[in-house]
Design a binder for this molecule. Sequence first.
Ligand code: FSA
Length: 451
Amino acid sequence: TPLTHDSAIIIVGGAGTIGSSTALHLCRRGYKNITLLDVYGFPSDYAMHGSSQSAGASDINKIVGSSNSGTRGEITEMTMDMWRNDPVFKDYYHEVGELSAAADSEHIADLRRSYEAKLSHPVKSKEIKWLSNREEIITHCPHLASGLIDGWQGIWNERAGWGAANDAVDSVGRELRRFGVKMVFGQGGTFDRPLLDDDTTRCIGVITKDGAKHYADRVVMATGAWSPSLIDLEGQCVSKCWIVAHLELSEEEAVRYKSIPVVYNEEVGFCFEPRFIPHHQPGKDRWIIKLCDEFPGYTRFMETQPFGAGQPIKVSVPRSHSAHPTDTVPEEGQHRLRRVVEVMLPEFKDREFVKSYMCWCTDTADAEWLFCQHPGHPGLYLATGDSGHSFVTLPSAGSQVVDLLEGKASAERMRKWAWRPGRGDPEHTGRGGEPPKDLGDLKGWAHGDDE
Ligand code: FSA
């Protein structure tokens, strides 16, 4: 069936980053029959923004504008233009600047190479600057004057900053409602398996957990870190979690740290300016700094049988914070998070975190997206493989998925996004360094029912 503006299109994971973006671009290109299915509504708890309804504004900021490779890098201009100017996004982007630094000589050399590569670009070259010592760093990031930044060098990008993750996705949700997109959330929106045509094995819809059949001409699986546990991806994606902590500041402290740039150091981690989190009860508003450590991520391997697997197989399966709101992070991770505070925010080195949690994404071996038609089931599309760096593309990722659906994606991009089992190992490669540890071997993170 050729794709027309009246084709029925289902997006599974439609309240997540890539799913909602896909729906937005479909609407803007005139498609009129779109249905989103998702476990949670907006803001969703899906991997790339790690937020959760039950936890309120849990994912309050994500980096926007840092350097990115592959397709994500190629669409940077569209991405940043939309963050700055598109009415759906512009109120949720905070251009406070970003320092991307390192102390280790090899890491500095990598940063220097990526800096030099941008110098030939007419626009990017004007936005970045190389900072080669403490003084230069402090000029742009005065709050690091007391930080442990000896030996740091790196790239200052003044046209970058952070996005208010939950609010931005919510804004997309409002726009989709305005366009009349249908949405089913909860049990009735939870994917069980694709609905197949008996004769052709073509995908003709989705069966949800409540047993309902949803028919469609195209089904897009934008299911983030859940993808490999829902559809057998033959090892192309390995889902991992990273960890996050929140520090609470008084208003006086927050005022002093307001508008600090995003500071990222791949040997340590990263943090954001304090964000005001309003509360409906007076006196309960809060100022929160979100911070993360940098490490190879954690897997959670278990036996499960995704659609398409003839028998149970080992897959790293996320455990969502929404379903397990009391989960925290492994003990060893707490130590790394404390280190981020010591290095970047020493004033608060003795302050306890008000919250720590895990945020899931799914890696491909080459960190490029998996945007393709399923080889065995025409009509079924994968829009996953975020590889940890896709939230920044919330405004633009969907344009790429829609290009794929419309057959407009370039041969080069189709090749990059292709179904590609065996081309590298997403568990061990793509990030260098140590392979990820498994949550099953770590203590201190699971709380509540099934500790
Ligand atoms: O600039 C960005 O794309 C932010 S990546 C944030 C991060 O926590 C990674 O640092 C981590 O390694 C993982 O990919 C999850 O996302």
